[in-house]
Design a protein around this ligand. Structure first.
Ligand SMILES: [Fe+2]
Ligand SMILES: [Fe+2]
Length: 326
């Protein structure tokens, strides 16, 4: 893993202070920062971490979905999943290009990101370490995992970094299709036989902790809170983890209940006075283990990625500058 020079406005070189102040004025004024603009190291590093994790998660997320293409019950559903998998890989490509531009001053490329992923230095999203055991899981991923992604990504639709903000415009539009595709699967199961309703409920029970973990821990005593503050300070995102989780619960819990489904937490309720959903915290130690590649499917998914990366070496070679120039 390569190391960035980490310095902020207070401990940074003195002659950068003026540049920093001008940069913050631009951020405050809602201007977009472009790849070649001056930016503080703290901003660049936060973006690299965010965008590389987002990009690689898109690709790792396509793996559990891909498993369901041959097993999907009808041709229509197979086509739906195939289109979604292609979209997700496209999102990954788009985002890793954005990350690559940001890494230029460090002389790093997408290849380094892929190697960081395989060596365990670059983390991918907790939900994609989990198994998709039944057809209901394929629906659940589209409905609630993509649903959660839409909430977190629309929160950054006005992000201060122009290349990321523009990529998100397109990604979010496609994510809406994914969520609708998932919702269609869920609706069909919810209106189906007793067995179909049972696998749907079983799937939701299993996915519930992962969905709560999706937005990351809220409090300062767990990892993540200083990262949240940095991203809010630089207007990369607007809301903190808990606000995003509440928005997710606000949107989806009424839908879950209206389908006659339940969540595996008897304490879940809306507190009218505090205007927030009350719920039992998931196991945040387990979350940390999962994102350190110790989840139920971490090893298999990384292995699959490694094999795909090796098998596709010839495509990268065929597209390389050397090959095109020769
Ligand atoms: Fe995506
Ligand atoms: Fe998606």
């Amino acid at each position: 893993m390569y190391h960035y020079i980490e310095y902020g406005p207070t401990d940074g070189p003195r002659d950068d202070q003026e540049k920093y102040d001008r940069f913050m004025e631009r951020i405050e004024a809602g201007e977009k920062i472009e790849a070649d603009d001056w930016m503080p190291e703290e901003y660049r590093v936060a973006l690299i971490k965010l965008i590389s994790m987002h990009g690689i998660s898109e690709i790792m997320g396509a793996l559990p979905e891909k498993e369901w293409t041959p097993k999907a019950p009808t041709m229509k559903r197979k086509l739906g999943i195939m289109a979604k998998v292609q979209d997700e890989m496209g999102h990954g490509q788009l985002l890793l290009r954005v990350a690559e531009d940001l890494m230029k001053p460090y002389g790093k490329t997408r290849k380094d990101l892929m190697e960081d992923l395989l060596s365990g230095d670059l983390k991918f999203h907790n939900v994609f370490h989990m198994p998709t055991k039944t057809w209901a899981d394929a629906g659940m991923v589209g409905w609630l995992v993509d649903g959660a992604a839409i909430i977190s990504q629309t929160n950054m639709l006005d992000a201060s970094y122009g290349p990321y903000q523009r990529a998100l415009q397109r990604i979010c539009q496609e994510e809406v299709f994914h969520a609708q595709h998932g919702e269609a699967i869920i609706m069909a199961l919810a209106e189906g036989t007793e067995h179909q309703r049972a696998i749907l409920q079983e799937s939701l029970n299993r996915w519930w902790p992962s969905l709560l973990m999706f937005f990351g821990p809220a409090s300062a005593d767990t990892t993540g809170s200083s990262k949240q503050d940095i991203m809010i300070k630089y207007k990369i995102r607007k809301s903190n983890n808990e606000e995003l989780r509440q928005a997710f619960l606000d949107k989806y819990l009424p839908r879950v209940f209206s389908l006659g489904l339940t969540v595996p937490d008897e304490t879940v309720h809306y507190d009218e006075k505090e205007e927030r959903w009350v719920y039992q915290q998931p196991d945040w130690d387990e979350f940390k283990r999962i994102i350190k590649n110790k989840g139920p499917r971490s090893k298999e998914r990384l292995r699959l990625r490694e094999v795909a990366y090796e098998n596709n070496r010839w495509v990268r070679q065929a597209l390389s500058k050397e090959a095109i120039g020769s």
